[in-house]
Design a protein. Structure first.
Length: 316
């Protein structure tokens, strides 16, 4: 009975890094959507705790955790002293290209909240503790185990999006570009790059480079205040160890040569490259972005000079 109550509390948004008001908001807005989702959300918690148990500085968070969303937002938006996530930077476009622009954080935090929420069965949200950072978290990793071929679930995505939008409206954290009339000219190209460029590329990347069971690292973000504290290594090694324990490969996508080099240290190898672009609706003069990397880590981080996709199919 204690375990059931603990699972229910976690799934509804109660964890050590969620203020009671945020957790209550998650309940009111239908975090579980309906009680039939409880089994799926409890599986998330079980998977997250299994990975977090590998390191006492790693914590498992609920999918609605707003501190995690803030860490990812700050990390991916970038600062004048830290690089942005370059795919997100491209999607933000020319009107939000200034790294000091606070709207970058607002939009990025909002966008990445959907990744937090859309984990489904066996999805995990993990964080490395860091006392000096604004939210007490130094880095956040969002990952999901796929037991077969990558196939997004439209119903789950719709319910998750509803929950994210409602929570941001009720807490007053909707980005100004979505609510202010003065930004109405900025929004169409911003949405075009996101909906017609970045999101389709992510799905195409994932589908073309994975076959069979695998772990997908959707987000790996280090808070700008915690750079150099090895939080990325802590989280990546934990999820890679879980993939090895499960006997399956791992997959991720990333942008920029620096990030590619970082992930190679954990056994990932680039298997394909892509271009981010929009053929209709983008702002004139804003270039496409490349290279965008699809990276696979074979079981136990073995040499991936062999045909990795074929190996993943054999492992299925």
């Amino acid at each position: 009975m204690t375990h059931l109550l603990s699972d229910l509390a976690f799934c509804l948004g109660f964890d050590a890094y969620s203020p009671p008001s945020e957790a209550f908001c998650s309940v009111v807005l239908g975090q579980c959507c309906c009680l039939c989702c409880l089994r799926c959300l409890c599986a998330q918690r079980k998977a997250a705790l299994a990975i977090a148990a590998r390191d006492d500085k790693i914590v498992a968070l609920s999918p609605s955790n707003q501190a995690a969303a803030s860490v990812v937002g700050r990390s991916f938006a970038g600062t004048t002293s830290t690089e942005p996530e370059w795919g997100i930077n491209w999607a933000l476009g020319p009107q939000l290209k200034g790294l000091e622009d606070p709207r970058r954080f607002e939009v990025t935090r909002f966008w990445l909240s959907f990744d937090l929420q859309q984990n489904g069965n066996n999805g995990v949200v993990l964080a490395a503790k860091h006392d000096e950072s604004p939210d007490g978290l130094g880095a956040v990793l969002i990952a999901r185990r796929y037991d077969g071929e990558f196939t997004p679930t439209d119903r789950t995505q719709c319910l998750s999006e509803y929950s994210v939008v409602c929570r941001n409206i009720c807490t007053g954290t909707m980005p100004k570009v979505y609510t202010s009339k003065e930004h109405k000219g900025l929004l169409p190209p911003l949405e075009a790059r996101l909906e017609k460029g970045l999101l389709p590329a992510l799905k195409k990347c994932h589908k073309e480079n994975t076959q069979g069971p695998h772990w997908y690292v959707a987000v790996m973000a280090v808070d700008p205040s915690a750079q150099g504290a090895k939080h990325c290594s802590r989280l990546m090694r934990a999820v890679c160890a879980q993939a090895d324990a499960d006997g399956i490969p791992a997959y991720l996508d990333c942008s920029g040569p620096r990030n590619k080099t970082i992930y190679e240290r954990f056994g990932f190898r680039c298997v394909n490259t892509y271009k981010l672009e929009v053929t209709d609706g983008d702002e004139e003069g804003w270039p496409s972005y490349e290279p965008f990397y699809a990276m696979v880590r074979p079981l136990n981080g073995e040499d991936s000079s062999v045909n990795t996709s074929a190996k993943m199919a054999r492992d299925a």
